[in-house]
Design a protein. Structure first.
Length: 244
């Protein structure tokens, strides 16, 4: 446990010295602008409309892209100058290294979700909607989006461990994120497409009633957890057996 914490501390330190942390703020700031500009029809419930409008950009594009970007970046140092050999000759286990890198990426996404929650609160304060804030809706969206990103983190981390190129896994991730705009409208493919699951998990119930948005929340979580276990175990097994 102590060794793992040292690895985790080292990985966090490497990421903190880069400017990539600033990317975490980009999506919440843009989402806040969208939330401030959203128009609510007279007599409609403002909360799901505001949350749904902000989630579309954040959950559909930014979260999947950030999952791939952070996963590629956390492996960047080891892919240059024989970094993997220098790391693995230390008294560390490959499992510990994999778990630490996964935890750092998941932690950065959790931080992005926290800032997105602040953006939700800021947009709500700006509009001054009547009644209490629907904290259950907010927290379900934030937590659901983060959990739905975990399969992507595992998948992208496995790709980044395999490819020494920083651009290759990132380009693949972006190219597979863009089709979200079409795939989420499909009740057949949307629920099983990893890059679409964050926006599906974050969308408040009743805001969209077409395509994959009709999928019950419990069914989505089962799909997310199943794909997470598959990608996580596959990536860990590959890394443990990979020749460096």
């Amino acid at each position: 446990m102590r060794t793992f914490l040292r690895i985790l501390s080292a990985e966090t330190l490497k990421m903190s010295r880069s400017g990539i942390w600033l990317i975490i703020l980009a999506s919440p700031i843009l989402s806040l602008l969208i939330g401030a500009l959203v128009s609510v029809p007279a007599g409609a419930d403002p909360w799901p409309i505001m949350v749904g409008s902000m989630v579309m950009l954040h959950g559909m594009l930014f979260l999947p892209i950030m999952a791939g970007l952070f996963a590629a970046f956390v492996c960047r140092y080891e892919h240059t100058g024989g970094g993997w050999k220098q790391l693995l000759v230390l008294p560390v286990t490959r499992t510990g290294v994999y778990l630490a890198k996964f935890a750092v990426v998941a932690g950065m996404l959790a931080l992005s979700q926290l800032f997105f929650l602040l953006a939700l609160i800021g947009a709500a304060k700006y509009h001054g909607f009547p009644g209490a804030m629907p904290w259950d809706m907010f927290l379900k969206s934030i937590l659901g989006g983060w959990i739905a990103c975990l399969p992507l983190v595992a998948l992208q981390l496995g790709a980044s461990l395999n490819w020494s190129s920083f651009a290759a896994p990132l380009s693949l991730n972006v190219s597979l994120t863009i089709p979200n705009m079409l795939i989420v409208n499909s009740a057949t493919y949307g629920p099983f497409y990893p890059w679409a699951q964050p926006v599906l998990a974050m969308m408040p119930g009743g805001e969209a009633n077409y395509g994959a948005f009709n999928l019950p929340y419990q069914s989505l979580l089962i799909t997310v957890l199943g794909s997470f276990l598959l990608f996580f175990l596959a990536g860990l097994t590959y890394f443990r057996r990979k020749e460096i």
